[in-house]
Design a protein around this ligand. Structure first.
Ligand code: UD1
Ligand code: UDP
Length: 349
């Protein structure tokens, strides 16, 4: 069987690391990188660090408005599908690359398999929510990470070929754990002691495109009394530079880091502050409390389990959460057993 898979953004390279490894044992994969992310620290670093085969095609689409970017991807992916005539198109998550893949394939009657199907924030002002809704409704095979995702799809009338497979990011984390040394170099390089800092990431459009929300978040970081290690997404870097916001010296803005370094920083952090989807789950799996700087989350189980709390973007709420949020003792298994990629590939056939 031939599968064309679409990646383009940082979390998709990470998810594909696990699935491609499994897929290539049984099927021919043609991997397409849309070029949505292109800086070394946002793209190549993951192919190197995670031993992922280089993409067969790079569409080199780059940045742009949603319409411009998605349209360029749609055109490029359509041509690849016409050339390759695959049995399946595989898409991940909820980015514009996901949406373009789903649209291009469904118009050519190529069945779509969606990894991370069924996630919902119920907030349609998020570009990702729109992408997910459309991708799910165009998909032939829906590969869900949680019961909640399966239920979300059922509530929209989608019940055919819906499967609970677990989360492929857990497979990647398990793979990476074997490579995480006891004393990771990144901690030494940054002069950090375990449990003596918090790790932060911010990149959601609701937080970066809104000056007052971004200012509130940076104010919260400035008010904390422990080091804040903040690998800055290029979108956020542009927003910070463009608005002239400043941070105190304990807030350490660093370039985005590779996956293994990120997991080393996450594992040793006292707490994680983020608006990332992937990092909320990683915090949970690593047993690190998480403060999510959003008003809602798709990963509700981490909140219900008592390890993640929603603080929105208000500086006082964030500071209060960082100072006082403590998980309850229990830590149930969430999002599968680390075999999601095998489950996905089994279902593809
Ligand atoms: C995208 C996804 C988001 C995902 C995130 C992962 C969409 C709509 N959003 O958001 O769901 O959580 O990726 O990180 O698909 N930029 C660079 N260099 C790069 C990439 C981006 O400078 O290599 C800058 C550009 O100014 C660009 C901006 O970041 O306009 C935003 O990039 P884009 O890919 O459009 O969205 P993300 O915020 O990265
Ligand atoms: N990540 C990384 N380096 C960084 C920041 C994040 O490797 O500097 C990883 C993070 O641990 C997670 C993934 O990137 O595995 C999440 O990507 P992101 O937050 O960009 O997207 P989201 O998950 O919100 O879609």
């Amino acid at each position: 069987m031939k599968v064309v898979s679409i990646v383009g953004a940082r979390p998709q390279f990470i998810k594909a690391a696990a699935v491609s490894r499994e897929l290539r044992k049984r099927h021919r994969e043609v991997s397409v990188h849309t070029g949505q992310h292109y800086d070394y620290e946002m793209s190549d670093i993951f192919f190197e660090g995670l031993d992922i085969p280089r993409p067969d095609v790079n569409l080199g689409v780059g940045s742009g408005s949603h319409g411009t970017q998605t349209a360029a991807m749609l055109k490029g992916i359509e041509q690849v599908l016409l050339d390759e005539r695959p049995d399946y198109l595989l898409i991940y998550g909820d980015t514009n690359s996901t949406l373009a893949g789903a649209l291009a394939a469904s118009k050519l009657s190529v069945p779509v398999a969606h990894v991370e199907a069924g996630l919902r924030s119920f907030n349609r002002s998020m570009p990702e929510e729109v992408n997910r809704l459309i991708a799910d409704h165009l998909s032939e095979l829906l590969l869900c990470p949680s019961d909640t995702a399966v239920r979300n799809l059922a509530a929209e009338g989608v019940t055919r070929n819906v499967h609970l497979v677990g989360d492929v990011m857990l497979d990647v984390l398990n793979w990476a754990k074997q490579r995480l040394s006891e004393t990771p170099r990144i901690l030494d390089q940054l002069g950090l002691a375990k449990q003596r800092y918090v790790l932060a990431t911010v990149h959601r459009s609701e937080n970066t495109d809104n000056l007052s929300r971004l200012a509130q978040i940076l104010t919260a970081f400035n008010l904390l009394d422990e080091p804040v290690i903040f690998p800055v997404h290029p979108r956020t870097q542009k927003a910070i530079t463009g608005t002239g916001l400043t941070v105190e010296s304990h807030v350490r803005l660093i370039d985005p880091v590779g996956y293994i370094d990120m997991m080393a920083l996450a594992r040793a952090a006292r707490m994680i502050l983020t608006d990332s989807g992937g990092l909320q789950k990683e915090a949970y799996w690593l047993g690190v409390p998480c403060v999510t700087m959003r008003n809602e989350t798709e990963w509700v189980e981490t909140v219900e389990a008592g390890w993640n709390t929603l603080a929105g973007s208000d500086s006082e709420r964030i500071v209060e959460a960082v100072r006082s949020f403590t998980p309850n003792g229990s830590h149930p298994t969430l999002y599968g057993d680390g075999n999601a990629s095998v489950n996905c590939v089994n279902l593809l056939g």
